[in-house]
Design a protein around this ligand. Sequence first.
Ligand code: NAD
Ligand code: TYD
Length: 352
Amino acid sequence: MKRYLITGCAGFIGSNFVHYMLKKYEDILLVNLDKLTYAGNLENIREWLDDKRHVFVQGDICDKELVTRLFSEYDFDVVINFAAESHVDRSIRNPEIFVQSNVLGTVNLLQCAKEAWYDQGTWKTGKKYLQVSTDEVYGALGKEGFFMETTPLDPHSPYSSSKASADLFVKAFHDTYGMPVNITRCSNNYGPYQFPEKLIPLMINNVRHHKALPVYGDGMQIRDWLYVEDHCKAIDMVANDGKDGEVYNVGGHNERPNIFIVKTIIEQLHDRLQDDGISEELITHVEDRLGHDRRYGIDPEKIRRDLGWYPETPFEKGIVLTIDWYLEHEEWMKHVTSGEYQTYYEKMYRVV
Ligand code: NAD
Ligand code: TYD
């Protein structure tokens, strides 16, 4: 039985990963370490809280004593680090916590894994550390070209800088000590359980309530959207079959301008709810994000060629599944948008 330490898996991608893995594997143990920040939510994994294959531990990846104790208690084979502060806008306002959780937290996990897995110059067999990273570490593209694994790191935001720093520490543990590591760099995810500070769930929630739709600048920035389950599949493949020390870019060649995404959500919800209060008049162009990256686009050829990964959910299907999920989970949305979210929203979107 493989024993995994997975971190940050009460958040968006991590909770989808818990669902994916526990539906796929009978003989597995997932120890899920999550601090439950504003972005973590036990409701996301409620159906697995009593499952003997899943142990939830509330705690911080920066806590050396706790992580060391977990390693000695469970003798992990695999560590997958999802835990991070993940929102660019928050990083622009308050970068310090991004250094703490994303950089120092990653170094703590690497160090604890090394202490558990490395003895007198030799690594125990069958071990793997996988860092869940982002295409944002490559910076921004012009109209042409794609991010390759060989593209130089050129992060712009405090968020992407913290993720790039973490990636460099993962590389350092591989290059210096020979640690068996992989890094995945995925494009923008969408799907169930995404916190409504991010573009797609924020717009779905606002459209639903006839609230202004805050499009940054001209809305012609391009993101490469991937359905979250396809990302989970890629992480599982890399954890099992990724070649030691390798980076894998994950993306589905699904580049769309933000304004297209917003208009798609308006159209879908208008038709689904037969509600004429839902129209493009809700779109409000607001001040652009500082240092806003213009375009992201992934070349996923390496993971396709080496591991046979490909995205299964086309955008047209994924966006319908996502909208359905949010319509069916109004209580979830109500819960996560109460309290801290209100304060955040008012400060962030004061212009609308
Ligand atoms: P999220 O913000 O929804 O969830 C992050 C989770 O990490 C939360 O449950 C939070 O409680 C937990 N966490 C934060 N700091 C912690 C700490 N110090 N110790 C323990 N737990 C902590 O983020 P997400 O969108 O699910 O992203 C997960 C990972 O995937 C991140 O590393 C992110 O950089 C990366 N990523 C995200 C995207 C995307 O589109 N969302 C794309 C590529 C990569
Ligand atoms: P986001 O979901 O925050 O992801 P990221 O910044 O990591 O790509 O934003 C996706 C795009 O949508 C990005 O170009 C910023 C833009 N955006 C808006 O125009 N308005 C919004 O309210 C939000 C949250 C994002």
